[in-house]
Structure formats: C-alpha cells, structure tokens
Design a protein around this ligand. Structure first.
Ligand code: NIG
Ligand code: FE
Length: 398
C-alpha cells in the first residue's frame, strides 16, 4: 500500500467543478485508489503504508488522449508548406497526397521502424502526463499493414501507458481499389480477422466527401456491431455529411472533429450519450474557421472530450497540454471543461468508466504537477510542469 499526501488535489469528482482538496491524500493499493480525501482525515488502513510527500504539489487524474494516429511512416512537412502557399487539405488529398502519401510511407516501413518512431511520439505524450492512449490504424489500408500498425500500437503499452487500439481501415480509398464499395467489402472482411488476433478495441471510419459516405460507414458499423465492437467516427470535419447522427444511431462512443455538426447531429448525440471529441490541433493546423458548436453541445448535455489527434497531416502535435490551451482559446471551453475533456470525458470516449477522476475505486492513474491551481495547466502553453506521472500506482516512467 502506498500513500501520497500533502498535495492539492483536483479530483474532478462529480459532474462539474474542480473537486479541489487542499492538503489532500491518495491511498493506493493494487493499482487502484483505495481512498482519496484530506490528509487530516486519513483512514486507519493508511497506517503502515509507504509515504510519498507531495509538498503542496498539484495532483490531477492522468491524462487520457482518446484520439491519435500515432503509428505511421514518413512525415508530411511538405504538405504543410503547400498549405501555407494556399492549397487546401482536401485539394492535396484529391491530388493523391494527404492520407495516401502516409499510406505509402507506412507500407514501406518495417514493424521495427514503425515501433521505433511511434515509441518516440508516445514518450512525448507520456512525458506530458498521458496515462491512457488511444491509437488508430488507417495508414495501412491492406490487411497486413493494418495489422502491423495495430501490433505496434499494442506494444506501446511497454511504456507504462494503457493503450486502446482502434481499427480505422475505412480512412481513405487505397490506390489498388477504384470503387469505394469494393474496399468497404474488404474492410468488413478484415475486421473479424483483426479482432481474432486481439488487435481491435473499437472501430472508426472517416465520413467525408474525400473519404466515405454515410451508407458506406453504416456497412462498416454493422459489421463492427455484429462483432460486438464499439464504434466511433471522424464526422463533420470538413462538411456536414450527417455522419454524427448515423454514428449516434449506432450507439457510437464518440464523434470526433465536428466543426460542421448540425443541430440535428447535436440532438442525436445527446440522445445516444455519444461523446463529442474536439480536436483543436487539427482546427488550428488546417486554419479552419468554422467552430464546433460548443454552446449547443453544452446545452444539450453532450460530454466534450479533447484530444491531440496526433497525425502527420492535420495535427502533428505531441502536446496534450497545448490542446488544453487551444480548446480554451480557440473553442471557448473553460479550463475545467478542457481538463475534464482530457481526463474523465476522454475516458468515456473510449468506453472507460474506471479512470479520469480521483475517487476511490478508480485506477490509480494520476499526474503530479508543479502548480497551485489546475487552471494553470490550460493557461500556459509551450511549458511542461509535470513533476511525475503515476500509472496504476507505479511512479515514474520510461
Ligand atoms: O483526424 N480526418 C481524418 N483523419 C485525420 C487526418 C489524417 C491525415 O491527414 O493523415 C484527422 O484529422
Ligand atoms: Fe483523427
């Protein structure tokens, strides 16, 4: 048993508020939080526990990055330059660049090369406090390479981070297919095989005019649901395709991006309890001007999550803390909404209810920060105040 005491806890307990506990303590046993509260009210069980003094440091739940494309070959800095010269993300994709250019580089990379590159990226996230990390496939677009990406994603767990894998084979049409419907048939045939290898925790798709139609996404989701796999969707990023309403009707865990989400989409997500994952890094990097409908999401009671969306094209960031700041400055979230978005609501977007708040019974995943108030995490940018990360009660990291 281990006891951390003398810290300022932002527990995020309950539905709103920071849940601050000054001079707070966390009692941990078997990787779980056994007790959380004021140091002065420690339960008897705490006697004999190994003690760590927090010295007044700030403690929050560990960060949950619920949307990343962390495994890939190559990079797309050339496309960054092209966009600076006026080409749009969609223009570059239609000309054969974008996702397809990363597909070529990923197919050409060995598993060891993909792992070495992904490890470095995952370490950057871990060093800013990430304790749960979602990683998508979607740059293989053939069975062997999708499997390779997902195996690499699973191996990132070696860094002391809990990894959830998402199959995003329906990300773009690979060059060897001319008909999107034929490719969707192939994806539906791959899913049970990838699942049988233990590589898939959820299924995602890209619903967009440069990717797949709602009818095509529906076929992927039907297959996923028959396999008992939860679904999520890249929806309404560049245009309103009605993807969010479709995903919600399939009980999706989350819809992600959502700049072009309609009122009907908001309503459908609220009815289904689907989480809205907002991705300020992609909004910023693509110089998007259309804002996600944050106020409508709030009013409808749709939980909002925030993630890095790390990928080589639209969001090449490895800073979850910068995303907290951008969620506030660009999208108008409060610092508390932003932190909830990258903890408890990020977990919810992955279907995980056992983390994201510092309350008894949850996983002992938390971050110790050099700071006094949790709002400082969103207020600063380009600065990492992490002192230590604790994952399932284990201090330190790779
Ligand atoms: O989340 N929108 C689709 N997928 C990614 C970008 C992928 C890429 O450009 O490589 C996203 O923004
Ligand atoms: Fe994405």
């Amino acid at each position: 048993m281990k006891l951390w005491r003398g810290g300022r806890l932002a527990t995020l307990a309950g539905e709103r508020g920071w849940g601050l506990v000054d001079d707070g303590a966390l009692l941990v046993d078997g990787g779980r939080l056994l007790w959380v509260g004021p140091s002065a009210e420690l339960p008897e069980q705490a006697a004999g526990a190994e003690v760590v003094e927090l010295g007044g440091a700030l403690v929050t739940p560990g960060l949950v990055d619920c949307h990343t494309h962390l495994v890939y070959g190559g990079n797309r800095a050339d496309e960054f330059e092209r966009r600076l010269h006026g080409e749009s993300y969609a223009d570059i994709a239609k000309a054969g660049g974008g996702i397809r250019s990363t597909v070529a580089a990923t197919r050409a990379a060995s598993e060891a090369e993909l792992l070495a590159a992904a490890r470095k990226r995952a370490l950057a996230l871990v060093h800013e406090g990430v304790t749960t990390l979602e990683v998508k496939s979607g740059y293989g677009l053939d069975l062997a390479t999708e499997a390779r990406m997902l195996r690499v994603a699973r191996r990132l767990a070696e860094l002391g981070v809990d990894v959830r894998t998402t199959c995003l084979a329906a990300h773009a049409l690979p060059p060897e297919f001319s008909a999107a419907d034929d490719y969707i048939d192939a994806v539906c045939a791959w899913l049970p095989r990838l699942q049988a290898e233990g590589l898939v925790d959820a299924v995602d798709a890209f619903c967009e005019h440069i990717a797949f139609s709602p009818a095509q996404v529906a076929r992927v989701f039907d297959t996923a649901r028959r396999l008992g796999l939860p679904v999520k969707l890249h929806a309404e990023q560049l245009s309103d395709q009605g993807g969010a309403a479709l995903a919600a009707s399939c009980g999706a865990l989350s819809c992600d991006h959502l700049e072009y989400l309609s009122p009907a989409g908001v309503h459908a997500m609220a009815q289904a309890g689907t989480v809205a994952v907002l991705l300020p890094g992609a909004f910023y990097a693509l110089k998007e001007t259309r804002l996600p409908p944050v106020e409508a999401l709030r009013e409808a009671g749709v939980p909002i999550a925030i993630a890095t969306d790390h990928n080589p094209g639209s969001s090449p960031t490895l800073s979850p803390l910068l995303m907290l700041n951008m969620a506030c400055v660009l999208f108008g979230l409060t610092p508390e909404e932003a932190l909830r978005g990258m903890t408890v609501n990020g977990a919810r977007a992955l279907g995980l209810r056992d983390r994201g708040q510092l309350v008894a019974g949850q996983r002992a995943d938390f971050c110790i920060w050099d700071g006094g108030h949790p709002r400082e995490l969103a207020a600063c940018f380009g600065h990492n105040p992490l002192i230590e990360r604790v994952s399932q009660g284990v201090q330190g990291g790779p």
